[in-house]
Structures are given as C-alpha cells and as structure tokens.
Design a protein around this ligand. Structure first.
Ligand code: TXA
Ligand code: MG
Length: 340
C-alpha cells in the first residue's frame, strides 16, 4: 500500500498509477466531498467482491457507483424519468445519490440482486479526476470497517485498511463529513432513504414534493427500501447516549442527569464550561451544522481513546442538515436517545 498525497496538486504520473491499479481490479481509497470511499472497478465482479471482504460488509447491502460524466450514466442505467432528470440536473455533481433502474452491465454483487443501482457523481476534484482518468465507473462505499464511523481523513482509516488496498489517496479532511443524500423516486415522489447535505427543502424546491423514509430515525427490520438502514452504523466501541432539547437549559440538565464520573461528552463549544470535570470534545459551534457534520465522524473515533464508560452526545435540531446529523448520531448511539 502506498499513500499518495494529492492535497495540493494532482500529479499526472501518480494519477496514471492509480488508474492502472483500478483497471487491474485493485482497491483504492480516495476522497470525495462527503467521506472517503473504498473504490474498485464497478464492472469487475471480483474487484467488487474484494470491497465487501475489506469492509466486512453484509452481502445484501448494495454499493453505489461513482461516475465522472453523464455518458457513463447512460451506459449503467435505463433512461431516467422526468422527475429523476430534474434531480440529476439540480444535484449532480454533488453530495447526492440517486437510485435508478440498472442495466445488466452492472454485476449482480454491486446491487446485491436488486434491479436498481445508486449512482453518484461526486463534486470533489480528486475523485472526478481519478474516475475520468480511469475511464471506468467506480463502485465505492464509505471507507470504514462496517459498523464504524465513515472515514473523513486518512489518519483515521490508514490502520484498518493498509493491508487491504493498493493506494490511499490523501485529499485532506473531507468537506462535508457525512455521506451523500440517497434518494429513490417512488410513485413519482422523491423519497429520501438516507438524509445528507442535500436537504428535503432543496429537493422540494426542484420537484415540488419530497418524502422522508420512515426509518430515518427508527430502527429498521425486515424488508426496507435501503438495506443499509438495517445495520449497525457509525458506532464507537464505548456505549453512547444521544440527548436533545430545544430548550438549552433542559439540554444541559439532560446531560447532568445521565452523567457518571467516567463519562465523555461530545457537544458544542458554548456548553463546555458546564462540565469542567469531564472529558469534553467540541464538535463545533451551536447550530453550526456544517461545522458539526464536518467534525462528527472523526470525533466519534477519537472519543474511544478516552476509555470512558459512557459517551453523551449533544443532539441538534432535526432540520436541514441537522436531519442527517441526527440520523447518523441516533445510529451511533444504537437508538439510545432521550429528548425533552
Ligand atoms: O457519500 C457517499 O455516498 C459515500 C461516498 C464514498 O460516495 N458512499 C457511501 O456508500 O456512503 P455506502 O455504501 O457506505 O452507503 C450507500 C448506501 C447504503 O445505505 C446502501 O444500503 C444504499 O446506499 N443503497 C445502495 N444501493 C441501493 C439501492 N439500489 N437501493 C437502495 N439503497 C441503496
Ligand atoms: Mg457506509
């Protein structure tokens, strides 16, 4: 494994090396604007198999396929409907994944037997250059061992993947920090299967309607629209509790009522001084959801090093990007959530 530093510029020779390795069916970790992805040639069944092995991913949880131009889209999926076209025009490239009817060129294991595939056209320059130069669609789930927080910087993931991939491309910290909004148009209504930076309001503005899948804050069992909803996600090894109140004093009270001597806290900088005797990790300023989403996954990894017996995490308002933050945090806490 070699780490390739593209933080300041994309070296053409190194880019060619990366493309060769992807064309040969090897695995490469690369940055996107959301989180790092662990990628392989989406048209090579064996390469795709190796992604599942490297992550320890359940074999019914499909991968999304990354493209760098709209000709690729045409090869992979059938003609999108008018509503789907509007979504593509509005949100691609960007932190957005659209579930579309797949063609047979995509191997079965990418979509785990479903007749659909998630397509994502990333905005991040390094991701786009890699895909474009390789001239292949790239299947890539988030770069993390299954159940762990997604990787948002190379230092967080190098240990768990160094023996499993050919290259790790370093693009610095990912901008958004949580994964793309996943949308499927069901009965002509764009339905959010996984919330993200593209919010329900953004989608409503473009097509006039939007639905949020009922499992966004709820544990899913049995048959679900998106298999990823069923699995343990984003979890530190230490047990976590998520707390939230619109009322600031109540929020502080909720933390105080649940705290033990050996509790770590993840919360906003404004509340740090209330807990001088505890390890307090700042995720950003209150209500600055861009800052919070950028920092949260790395903090969820870091806080394990405290060796506390409990992590209390301060929630945010379930609005805009806050919907996505709460969707991830509720899972980090295994649905251990108190709101007042
Ligand atoms: O931002 C992102 O989307 C990142 C970067 C690397 O692009 N990728 C990512 O992939 O988060 P992954 O595999 O960790 O999450 C993809 C989600 C999973 O929850 C999966 O179940 C769902 O998308 N998904 C994939 N294909 C699907 C399909 N055909 N129908 C419904 N859900 C699907
Ligand atoms: Mg993931």
């Amino acid at each position: 494994m070699e780490v390739i530093d593209f933080k300041n510029n994309i070296d053409k020779d190194k880019l060619n090396m990366i493309s060769k390795s992807l064309q040969n069916g090897e695995l490469v970790i690369f940055p996107t604007e959301t989180v790092y992805g662990i990628g392989a040639n989406a048209l090579n069944k064996d390469a795709v198999d190796n992604i599942f092995k490297a992550k320890g991913r359940a074999n019914d949880n499909p991968l999304i396929v990354h493209i760098s131009n709209f000709d690729m889209l045409k090869e992979l999926v059938y003609e999108p409907t008018d509503i789907e076209k509007k979504l593509i025009d509005a949100f691609m490239p960007g932190p957005f994944t659209l579930i579309l009817k797949k063609k047979n060129i995509i191997p079965e294991n990418v979509s785990c037997g479903l007749d659909t595939v998630g397509i994502r056209f990333p905005e991040n320059n390094i991701a786009r250059e890699i895909i474009e130069n390789t001239n292949l669609p790239i299947a890539a789930p988030s770069a993390n061992i299954s159940s762990k927080p997604s990787g948002t910087k190379v230092e967080d993931i190098i240990e768990e993947f160094q023996d499993k991939v050919s290259y790790i491309v370093d693009g610095g910290e990912t901008k958004i920090g949580i994964e793309s909004t996943v949308v499927k148009v069901i009965d002509n209504i764009p339905t959010i299967l996984r919330p993200g930076k593209i919010t329900p309001e953004d989608i409503k503005e473009v097509v006039g309607c939007v639905k949020i899948d009922e499992h966004v804050y709820k544990k899913a069992t049995g048959k679900v629209e998106s298999p990823g909803m069923k699995y343990k996600h984003y979890a530190p090894s230490t047990p976590c509790l998520l707390v939230y109140s619109d009322n600031n004093q109540e929020l502080i009270n909720l933390i105080k009522e649940n705290i033990t001597a050996n509790t770590s806290i993840i919360g906003c900088v404004e509340h740090k001084s209330y807990f001088p005797n505890h390890k307090y990790h700042v995720y950003g300023h209150k209500e600055n959801n861009d800052e919070i989403s950028h920092n949260i996954f790395s903090l969820l990894r870091e806080v394990d090093k405290d060796k506390s017996d409990l992590i209390i995490i301060e929630g945010v308002k379930k609005q805009g990007l806050g919907i996505a933050i709460m969707n991830r945090l509720i899972r980090s806490c295994a649905y251990n959530y108190k709101e007042r």
